[in-house]
Design a protein around this ligand. Structure first.
Ligand code: GTQ
Ligand code: FE2
Length: 381
């Protein structure tokens, strides 16, 4: 978005049409603009073409966080600060743009960070308006307690911490140093100015239910739901953890009978089993399998996505950037940016975990997708 004064703005030839702002500057107008500014106003036509772009203009840039570098940095934080003092010991992934630095965002209104916990450590219990979810990257013995539900966490499990739920996490004394990726809608909650925060009266919650009661109740077998339990009231998924030991074979089975999507290979969402929709209202997540040698076609869509490579090696072209990736590299695709995925392994599939703001974009009716070489979706209408 240009911050140049109106008199310096150059008219884009595309804007020299009826319905766009194309007012020529004059000394009288300039004096008028100065007067308006003194009264907390401005002339719409000096700003219109910027704030009503022909198509979405992202302020974020494609950014890669290679795990080779990130892992060392995250482990160093464990030597430097105690999670009880830090609140949460997290290295935040900042989009390489002014917007990323300003909003503490990985991409769009998505916050992301890498959290490390050593055996015996805990993150003190708290809650906030922001929703959170996590993808476990390495370690053993990690757990989280969400509103009294204790959930054990293993590598590549995906777990929810919905908005307003008390949560604390830790690694058991006999576990191993654990690293996971957090995703939150913190920038969105702050831009909406709806973000509250509270500390729990004790350092950690007492477990109020049997261990892993959420997956044991709601995730025993695909499609099998409890008949006689009270209907779930909350607007988020009652299934709070999605196990890699279930998710990986599900994608392999899916890919054995379906044609791959030209852009995303075989892609499945972590859904609310009661609705089939996204598991939370603001944050979505998916896992995709790129078949051996897969060369995806390019497309772009509204909505922001942050990826974490679960398995394999390949590259993703995002705008002008070619991000070569292998396990646990993180990268982002900003809204309306062309991208395509390639699996460089000719024998083995690759798996990409990703999270996104699609639930927000879809619920507002503003999801638009355009395949490369097509006019379809060139505008939202
Ligand atoms: O673990 O509860 O990366 O509240 C940022 C904010 C993690 C958490 C983050 C959080 C958490
Ligand atoms: Fe939190």
């Amino acid at each position: 978005m240009s911050t140049e004064p109106a008199d310096k703005q150059r008219l884009d030839p595309r804007d020299d049409v009826r319905g766009r702002s194309r007012v020529q500057d004059t000394p009288e107008l300039r004096a008028y603009y100065d007067e308006l500014a003194k009264h907390s106003t401005l002339a719409f036509w000096t700003r219109a073409n910027d704030i009503e772009p022909w198509e979405p203009q992202t302020r974020y840039v494609p950014t890669l966080w290679p795990y080779r570098t990130m892992r060392d940095l995250v482990l160093r934080s464990a030597d430097l600060v105690d999670p009880a003092r830090a609140g949460r010991r997290v290295v935040v992934l900042i989009n390489d743009s002014d917007a990323g630095r300003h909003y503490t965002a990985a991409c769009g209104w998505l916050f992301s960070g890498l959290q490390v916990m050593r055996p015996g450590e805990i993150t003190p219990a708290h809650r906030h308006t922001a929703s959170a979810h996590r993808f476990i990257m390495e370690g053993a013995g990690a757990y989280t307690v969400v509103d009294g539900h204790r959930i054990t966490l293993e590598k590549h499990d995906y777990v929810l911490t919905p908005n307003g739920c008390w949560h604390d996490h830790g690694v058991t004394a006999d576990g191993k140093t654990s690293i996971w990726q957090d995703g939150l809608d913190i920038p969105l909650m702050n831009i909406l100015e709806t973000n509250f925060y509270e500390v729990y009266p004790e350092e950690a919650q007492q477990r109020q239910y049997p261990e892993n009661d959420s997956p044991r109740t709601w995730g025993g077998a695909p499609g099998l739901l409890p008949s006689r339990l009270e209907q779930w009231q909350a607007p988020w998924s009652p299934l709070m953890v999605y196990r890699w030991r279930d998710v990986r074979p599900a994608l392999v089975e899916f890919s054995s009978v379906q044609k791959p999507d030209p852009f995303d290979g075989h892609i499945m969402r972590y859904s609310n089993p009661l609705s089939g929709g996204w598991a939370m209202k603001t944050l979505g997540a998916q896992m995709q399998l790129l078949p051996a040698g897969f060369e995806g076609a390019a497309h772009r869509h509204t909505g922001n996505v942050v990826y974490n490579v679960a398995e394999g090696r390949g590259y993703t072209q995002v705008g002008d950037h070619r991000f070569e990736w292998s396990e646990h590299d993180v990268f982002c695709v900003p809204s309306w940016t062309w991208h395509r995925h390639v699996n460089l392994d000719s024998k083995a599939p690759a798996f990409l975990f990703s999270f996104n703001d699609f639930p927000v974009v879809e619920s507002l009716g503003t999801y638009v997708e355009q395949p490369e070489g097509s006019d379809h979706g060139k505008s939202a209408f």
